[in-house]
Each structure stands twice: as structure tokens, then as C-alpha cells.
Design a protein. Sequence first.
Length: 468
Amino acid sequence: MNILFAAAEVAPLIKTGGLADVAAALPSALRRLGHDVRIVMPGYRRILADATQVHGPIATAFLPVGDRMEVMRIFTTTLGDTPIYLLDIPAAFDRDTLFGDGDDDRRFILFARGVAALMLHLSERAGWRTDVVHANDWHTGLLPNYLKTVYAGAFSTVAVVFTIHNLAYQGFFNSFTAYLAGLDNHGDSYVNFMARGIRYSDIVSTVSPTYAQEILTPEYGEQLDGLLRTRQDLVAGIINGIDYDRFDPALDPQIAANYSATDSAGKAICKAVLQRECGFAIDPARPLLGMVTRLVEQKGIDLLDRVIAWLIAQTDADLVLLGTGEPAMERAFAAHMRRNPTRINVQLRFDAALAQRIYAGSDAFVMPSRYEPCGLSQQIALRYGAVPIVRATGGLNDTVREGYEGNGFLFHPYTPQHLADAITRCLRCFRDTNGWPLLRERGMREDHSWATSAQEYAALYEWAARVL
Ligand code: ADP
């Protein structure tokens, strides 16, 4: 299949969140399956400035927005073996900021128009007919809308898939935006880019099967659950993979000793090194809990805050936490460390190397998220043999299974008591010196690579082509 993958950010060229990692890894994994995947993204100033890697322009077009016509030049670059089209639209992207300047509607109208112009160019001049357009998050929400209305004649055979990576950011503007876009507003007083992506695409997907069900409910639906329910037979969930080359305890150069499921001696060394680094007792028999997280409400940080006193008084577990985020939460955890410096270690910074040492050195990894569309951290923890203790929501529910027959520990009701119970079950298992290694190794052997997810996306594209 010829697949055009549209995203506002692609790592490492531009990254503000998890979307950028997906936009880099998924096209490459699909290419390994034999599909011709190409990426299209904004030609931000800082990418185009790196002229040695950028070629072109290969084409020029004029894009309507409101009563203006803005010029676009199409440049190319590559990421590994994946071609990337960079849409150089100076009115939208020739600036230092990425988002939030107050004209994001105009900018991403132009991007969506630009993608349609690129598709016309490729089919008319380069002999490359798009079979599938894969749009991602609100920045590309108008693309399905244009392809199914304004450009429906030219692209009637193109299947359109729209993936929600974060439902909380929707691209919400007033009705003037519909005039700028040249799109029918059906009498509404606003334009919601995410809603348009959901309404006009052939298939809607999100980043885990459980989250795909949860967003159909008012609790998780961010006001779009009603619209999503009208399309629920066409909503799917596919879990993101992790980068198996980068996150591999057998090769990771950032940890004290390498190890694998069949040879776990190195993990014991990593644990001792982490215990010393934290100022904890260096003792293989003491359970060591790790966390690497943004310190925000989504991550269930308030639950953790409320179980620390219990953890100190009622268990022999030590806890190391790496994270940054809300100042009130940072202060609360700094205070926990001051009160119990030999049991709690808190590092308030972003530190990719320390994150690896925590995954490698911890016995268990705590992730009590309020909601979690997919979650990478628990998948990294599994690969590094840090048994996950997670709340049963979103992608956590799809990757972690309870207890001896599973790979970790789950709780559901969002209460400190239920989190404490899950930690208790984990610590009981930890003391079972026969059962614990089996549980840990089962998680380490699982396949959380992109190869599996890419196959599911390929099936999703075929489904989209059938229902088109
Ligand atoms: P989210 O994208 O919602 O923050 P994920 O679990 O999907 O959550 O991905 C988080 C990623 O960021 C993981 O790879 C995690 O290790 C990393 N991370 C989070 N906070 C830090 C930090 N303070 N230092 C280093 N890495 C971090």
C-alpha cells in the first residue's frame, strides 16, 4: 500500500510529546512490512534551516485561506529509509515557536490544504497514488474533512484513518475558522478540529484497545464521547510499541550491568548500584519500587502521595521517583524525601540516563494513572524486569495482567487503599523466591515491539479501504 502519514511532529526532527515517537517508529516498521510509507509534516523554520539534509523544492502551490492565497514549497528529507515531505508554508511555519501563537487554526488549515496539494502533485506528476492517508491528532483533523468534501472528486478511492493520541487537545476555535477553512459549519458557533477528524475519517483509532472503549464514555470522552459513540463500530485501539533497539537491558550502555530474561545476574548489580545511589540500605532482600513520570494529575500522583506514610510504616519497601511537573506535587514529594531519606528518594528533573538506571535497578514499577491512553513506561519496565503495579485503565490494562499467571499487579477503583493492596500483593510475591523470578521473566520475554503493532495498523488500513 502507498501510505501517507501526516503528523505535526516527528522525532527527532521536532518533538513535544509521544506523537513524535510514534510518527518516527510506525512508518519505519510499516516499511519493513513492505508498504511504501511516506511522512508529511510542517516545514518548521528550524528543520529547513538544516539545509544539508533538506532537498528541493520539488513543487510549489498556492493554498487558499480566508480571502488570501499563501505560497507553499515542498521540500524533502529522510528519516532512516522513510521519505519525508516538508511543507514550507512561510505564513504558517517560518517562525521559532511551534504551537500556541493564537493563529494555530490558520496554520493547520494551511497544513491540511498543503497535504491535499501534495497528494495531487504526487499522483499527477510523480506517479504515486495515495491508497491510505493516516492523520494524527487535532493538527491534522481538517485533512479527513477536506478529503471527504472539497477534494472528494479527486480522492474518492483514498482510505482515511484518523488516530487520537491525546483526546484532551482538540483544536477548538470559533466559527470564523470555518470561513478561513472554506468549510461548511452546519450552523455551529465553533469549529473543533479533532471532532472533524473523527467525523470524516473512514476509521478512527486510538493508542490502546481499552482506551478505545473508555473514550466512548462521559468519564473519559472529553465532551466528544457522544460523537464517538455515533461511530463506535469504526473505532479501534492499537497499542504503541517501544523502541526495542533503544530499550534493551542486554545492550543498554547506560546501566551498570547488562542482563536478559535468561541471565538476570546483571539486574542484581543494577539494583545494588541504584540502592547506593539513592542512599538506601544495599540489600537484595529489600523490595525497591521505582517511578519515572510526569508529576501531573493524569499520572495518579495524588494517590501515591497518600500511600507514602503507609508504605513507610507498614512495608519494608524503598521508593525512588524521578519526575518533574506541578510545583505543588514537586514540593510534596521533596518533603517525603526529607522526612524519610533512607526510604524515599526523589529526583525532580528530566534525566534519561537515570530513568534507565531506575528501570534496570527496580524490582517493581509503580504507575497508578487516572487515565493512560497507551503508556510507554510500563512497557519499558516490563522489558527491564521491573514488575509493573498499575491502575487498570487504558493501555495499562492492555499490557499488564494480574499476579502469578500474569506479569504484574493491577487495581481498579481510584483509591489509596486499592493501590496499597496492589503493592501488598506485589510484595508478598516478591518474598516468594521461586515464584518471583518466573513472574519477572515472563514480562521480560513479552513482545512489545513496533513490529506487532505495525501489522495491526496494516490490517486497519485494509479495513478502512473496505468500508470507504
Ligand atoms: P507520557 O507520554 O504521558 O508522559 P509515557 O509512559 O507514554 O507517558 O511516556 C513517558 C516517557 O517519558 C517514558 O519513556 C519515561 O521514561 C520518560 N520520562 C518521563 N519523565 C521523565 C523524567 N523526569 N526523566 C526521564 N525520562 C522521563
